[in-house]
Design a protein around this ligand. Structure first.
Ligand code: DHE
Length: 526
């Protein structure tokens, strides 16, 4: 080979090497590796998609060394896989460097952007007039389930008596968390991980309105008076309040401590008897109570007034959304309420829990939780002369059963592996818990609520993950998801534990019964 050709070839080889994010020799290119391995779930722009945003502002609680471990080994209790087998240490280090590199500018998602994304698809359904007040189908509207099919981003409306699909429609990409019904079950609100909130009419089976309330959203809640929807965001660090009728913007609350530190929102829920929303924060050791009571009790601050009636000088206008901040000991990654909504039982990703008294505005007890429970999954039931709270733990194969009078763990029930979801119903003697991770992920335990023992382990489809149970209105049937693209909803007789029916679905994740949700059944999430 002549020297000129050889030098051209080696230049070409160098070019090719530089273009490959995984080649040996040259320093790995974090940006290219990100594009190849991370962008699909975390977004090409790093603002999050199904996975969270990977920018320094949202990684404050994760040290670089830990980030290295997460990329190598995956993250417990999330869909994050480990890349330790695929990527070298140097490549992982390059990725860590890349995700901690500040962006030239932070994305704006304020009033202007939110308003520009707002679409009212069906103006005639915004208020739900008498003319449209009957379902277009013949099924008990209170015993209908919504099933989120995560595999192809659809939602099925399922008749809870006959277990037959009534309707199926395309949802926004990556719905996460429970859809939230209005108090009569007529409307429902979905939140997607990328910030879209959709309002759906359960009677007319149509999407009424949509708005993008954030770039990377945690979850949403509806006020008990059906007037507002609140959205908790990871990005930007805001709580966004929408008018529940048409999803127009009512207020943006920046989540900051007033001293320059802002925070992601871990979760926000409605606290019905308090007429307030409660938000847990990821980066500030605080719980926030946001009142929508026209006459909020003492301790709230903030004077912004939202003209809900869109009129001026109206005496009935609520003093909208003042905030009361409560200091806590640890960052809360999620939480759960007691049945009276006085206590917040909060959990941190690294384990441990704390009980916050919302009235006294202080931490009142610590509870023993070994790892982060997917706390939306905690349920309660009467046990002997007390009430217990039970939740699976995402790291260890055990269900913690806690006495809510003393906050002591009365049992750690061994399971075949860490679980995600736990469910029951007032009229059922059983509680069901899945085994989401590990070799037994196809198993579903059935626990006797009186003896606190596992009485049966079902395997609805051997080899495929069985997860997330929801009961029908009466509690006679329990529905289990086969979490697979060729999946199904398997309906069980909740007493005999025998299979009744199998309905094919595309990776059905959660399912949500209207009656159980709007009556705040103890056996399900709210
Ligand atoms: Fe969830 C609900 C947090 C991972 C499926 N999940 C929730 C809620 C929170 C939460 C705060 C309650 C929101 C609500 O209903 O308003 N989830 C988290 C996490 O912190 C975690 C561990 C990491 C993350 O990725 O955010 C996590 N969740 C997952 C998953 O990996 C699951 C299994 C698949 C997915 O869709 O991402 C998953 N989460 C669900 C489902 C619900 C949920 C199906 C609703 C349960 C219900 O019955 O209400």
């Amino acid at each position: 080979m002549n020297p000129r050709t050889a030098s051209r070839l080696s230049a070409l080889a160098l070019l090719l090497l530089a273009a490959s994010p995984t080649h040996a020799g040259a320093a790995p290119d974090g940006a290219a590796l990100y594009k190849e391995h991370c962008a699909e779930c975390h977004g090409a722009d790093r603002f999050g998609r199904q996975g969270p945003a990977l920018i320094p502002q949202n990684l404050r609680r994760l040290r670089k060394k830990r980030a290295h471990g997460v990329i190598a080994k995956g993250r417990a209790a999330t869909q994050m896989p480990g890349f330790g087998e695929t990527l070298s240490k140097e490549q992982i280090a390059a990725l860590v460097g890349y995700i901690y590199t500040p962006l030239a500018s932070l994305p704006e998602w304020g009033a202007k952007e939110i308003a520009a994304s707002h679409v009212v698809h069906k103006p005639e359904l915004v208020e739900g007039s008498a003319k449209t007040a009957k379902p277009v189908y013949k099924a008990d509207p209170l015993n209908v389930f919504l099933v989120v099919e995560a595999g192809d981003h659809h939602v099925t409306v399922l008749d809870g008596d006959r277990f037959e699909p009534i309707h199926r429609f395309k949802s926004r990409f990556g719905l996460h968390g429970g859809p939230k019904y209005t108090s009569d079950g007529r409307f429902v609100y979905f939140a997607s991980r990328d910030g879209w909130i959709s309002k759906f009419d359960m009677y007319r089976l149509e999407t009424v309105a949509e708005v993008r309330a954030g770039i990377n959203t945690r979850n949403a809640a509806v006020s008990s008076d059906d007037r507002y929807v609140i959205v908790g965001n990871y990005l930007p660090h805001t709580l966004v309040i929408l008018d529940a009728r048409d999803l127009s913007l009512a207020k943006i609350i920046p989540v900051t401590d007033g001293k320059g530190t802002s925070s992601r929102v871990s979760a926000v829920y409605d606290a019905r008897p308090r007429r307030s929303f409660i938000a847990a924060l990821k980066d500030l050791r605080e719980v926030w109570e946001i009142s929508y009571d026209p006459d909020p009790p003492a301790g709230f601050s903030g004077s912004w007034v939202y003209d809900y009636n869109k009129t001026s000088g109206d005496a009935a206008k609520p003093k909208a959304f003042p905030v009361r901040r409560i200091k806590v000991e640890q960052y809360l990654d999620d939480f759960f309420f007691d049945q009276d909504y006085i206590y917040v039982i909060g959990a941190a990703r690294d384990g441990g829990g704390q009980v916050v008294n919302l009235d006294a505005r202080r931490v009142e007890a610590r509870i023993d939780l070994p790892g982060l429970p997917h706390l939306g999954s905690g349920i309660t039931w009467p046990y002997k002369d007390t009430t217990v709270l039970a939740t699976p733990n995402l790291r260890t194969g055990e269900v913690s059963i806690i006495d809510m009078a003393t906050w002591r763990t009365i049992k750690k029930l061994k399971t075949l592996g860490p679980g995600f979801f736990m469910r029951s119903h007032e009229s059922s003697r059983y509680a069901w818990v899945d085994v989401f991770f590990g070799p037994h992920r196809d198993a579903m335990h059935v626990i006797d609520k009186a003896t606190l023992e596992i009485v049966r382990t079902l395997r609805p489809e051997p080899g495929k993950t069985a997860a997330h149970v929801e009961f029908d209105k009466t509690g006679r049937h329990a529905l289990v998801s086969i979490w697979d693209r060729k999946g199904a909803i398997v309906v069980y007789d909740a007493e005999t534990l025998k299979e009744v029916k199998r309905i094919p679905m595309v990776k059905p994740s959660g399912k949500y019964n209207v009656h159980n949700k709007i009556t705040l059944s103890r056996g399900t999430s709210h």
